[in-house]
Ligand binder design. Structure first.
Ligand SMILES: [Zn+2]
Length: 262
């Protein structure tokens, strides 16, 4: 998985040392997940998708992802494992580093190799989380990698992913694109069509939260595919933080189906 551990470890350490400063806004938001949930419920995801992305761009993303995972958007991707990461690192020409990080606010980061000592771009994921969250972080960073393959950045840009302030992703083309990878990986088209029923789809994508029956369908899907459910072992706040992420990716998936039929 990693042919140059010393260099990647050094980069991981130096990037993590900046997380608190560069992520100050997100870390503050992480402490108030209920604010994020309220904002996300009100956001119109269909409008954000139309503003920042196109059907052609999402189709190109699916084609690129299928070069790595032929079943992408046909069956759920993951859950992540050592073997999953090893084969992804190979196919994507990446360093992938999974390690426990003390703050659960951080999901991971992506750093392009330009301007660094890395021979390949690097994805870091915080393995202190549940497998579903680890997979979410990984897919999000793969989204940044797909963008970088096209734009070929000249200087390194660190893309931190904090489990907070998701509504800011709706205003940022790069973050929204990265989140589309997550939504398609976790809710392949057939499952998405079953969970986000046709009469409800537009409403979910545009405004409002998720009703009880829908939340149950989502929980059944995530439980069956990734073994995830809200746990009594976690703090109420951590469960709310996971709920914010669930709401975000569900609304985005519904909007993708409604707007781009993907
Ligand atoms: Zn990101």
């Amino acid at each position: 998985m990693n042919k140059n551990p010393a260099a990647t470890d050094k980069v991981v350490r130096s990037v993590l040392a900046k997380a608190g400063v560069l992520g100050a806004r997100e870390l503050a938001a992480w402490k108030r997940p209920q604010d994020d949930i309220r904002r996300l419920s009100q956001r119109d995801y269909a409008a954000s998708l139309r503003r920042h992305l196109s059907s052609a761009r999402v189709d190109a993303l699916v084609r690129r992802a299928r070069e790595v995972w032929p079943h992408f958007n046909r069956a759920v991707l993951g859950p992540p494992s050592q073997e999953f990461f090893a084969s992804a690192a190979d196919a994507l020409q990446l360093h992938i580093k999974a390690a426990r990080y003390r703050s659960l606010a951080l999901y991971g980061f992506y750093v392009d190799r330009a301007g660094t000592m890395l021979t390949k771009p690097l994805i870091f994921v915080n393995s202190a989380h549940h497998a579903l969250a680890i997979g979410t972080a990984f897919c999000h960073e793969v989204g940044h990698h797909f963008s970088a393959e096209v734009t070929k950045p000249k200087s390194a840009r660190i893309r931190f992913y904090f489990d907070a302030a998701y509504s800011a992703h709706l205003r940022d083309e790069g973050e929204l694109f990265a989140d589309v990878v997550v939504s398609l990986a976790g809710y392949p088209k057939t499952a998405a069509g079953r969970i986000f029923t046709k009469p409800e789809r537009r409403k979910i994508a545009q405004k409002g939260g998720l009703d009880e029956a829908l939340i149950q369908r989502i929980r059944d899907h995530l439980g069956g595919s990734y073994g995830f459910d809200f746990s009594a072992a976690l703090s109420p706040r951590q469960n709310l933080q996971y709920l914010a992420g669930m709401l975000h990716y569900a609304k985005l998936r519904s909007a993708l189906l409604e707007e781009f039929d993907v």
